[in-house]
Design a protein around this ligand. Structure first.
Ligand SMILES: [Zn+2]
Length: 305
């Protein structure tokens, strides 16, 4: 199967009925195409469409290819200020935008983000852009927390091998939130993080599950009940999320460039996957097979591993 779902490219051909795009336009590619007719689609939640055709999700091939055919309304023209490389990062940023919208992050709030991988980092940045005044990044890797501090986090906490309640107490002490956090977002999918999340959220607060890990875990449901926590899931992205993600980058509110550790030629794609697997980088872009890498001046179809 062909991999890839975080991509941008240049329009080389447009259908006769396409009025919104022309040859040469640079676009971010939203990689999932819903049926447009089912209850979820018609209800405005096309990300929940049961008949979604999504790149690199069996049986469908992904975008790591020289050419890609897409419906025009799922191609988002990039403003001049946004590079194609940044365009390839719109996909994970749209995931973060959707999570922050599910959490209804609002000005002045405190937000704890469990996990400082790409999505966790981007959720922190979007939360700041939405007006959160306290954003706490939590992870088990010190270097990820260092990066989070320089990116969007106001506070960090290095998770310890202790009970989730104790990690939760430490997080709240570190961030000066004795009453708990307004919003907790799990972007890790890890069971101990999810358990700590329910002890970090304040009475009446909101918890959103963004990360995907084991399908079943032990969950502190009593804390959810006693605190009347609002719990929500978050899956991919829906109406308006891609557009807002591009607007945030164009306005300089989220600097996705900082997540890019380099670009490799298409033939060296394996190297990119290996580096990501080894945890040495956050994102590496893979140039499209029709593009030459010209130092830093790559302006090519590119997809991060
Ligand atoms: Zn549908």
């Amino acid at each position: 199967m062909v991999l890839g779902h975080e991509s941008a490219g240049t329009v080389v051909e447009a259908g006769a009925a396409v009025a919104t795009l022309k040859v040469g336009d640079r676009v971010a590619l939203e990689p999932g195409y819903p049926c447009r007719r089912c209850r979820a689609c018609l209800g405005g939640h096309y990300n929940l469409c049961p008949d979604m055709v999504f790149a690199a999700t069996p049986p469908y091939d992904g975008t790591l290819a020289g050419f890609w055919a897409a419906p025009a309304d799922f191609c988002y023209r990039l403003p001049d200020a946004v590079s194609l490389q940044e365009g390839a990062l719109i996909e994970p940023l749209a995931v973060a935008v959707h999570i922050a919208r599910q959490a209804q992050v609002s000005p002045g709030q405190s937000v704890v983000v469990m996990g400082a991988g790409p999505v966790g980092l981007l959720v922190g940045a979007v939360a700041r852009a939405f007006g959160a005044t306290t954003v706490v990044a939590v992870d088990i890797v010190p270097s990820k927390l260092e990066f989070a501090t320089s990116f969007a986090a106001t506070h960090t906490y290095l998770s310890q091998r202790v009970a989730p309640e104790e990690n939760a107490r430490n997080i709240l002490a570190e961030a000066g939130l004795p009453a708990g956090a307004d919003v907790v977002i799990d972007a890790s999918g890890a069971e101990p993080s999810i358990q700590a999340s329910l002890h970090v959220v304040r009475v009446g607060g909101t918890y959103v599950q963004g990360g995907m890990g084991k399908p079943d875990i032990t969950f502190p449901i009593m804390a959810l009940c006693l605190k009347e926590v609002t719990a929500r899931g978050s899956f991919r992205y829906g109406s308006g999320d891609y557009k807002l993600a591009i607007d945030l980058v164009a306005a300089g509110r989220v600097d996705v460039k900082r997540l890019i550790d380099g670009v490799v030629a298409f033939k060296d794609a394996e190297e990119a996957f290996r580096k990501v697997h080894e945890g040495k980088v956050i994102k590496i872009l893979i140039a499209g097979p029709n593009e030459k890498i010209d130092g830093d001046k790559l302006d090519a179809a590119a997809a991060p591993a």
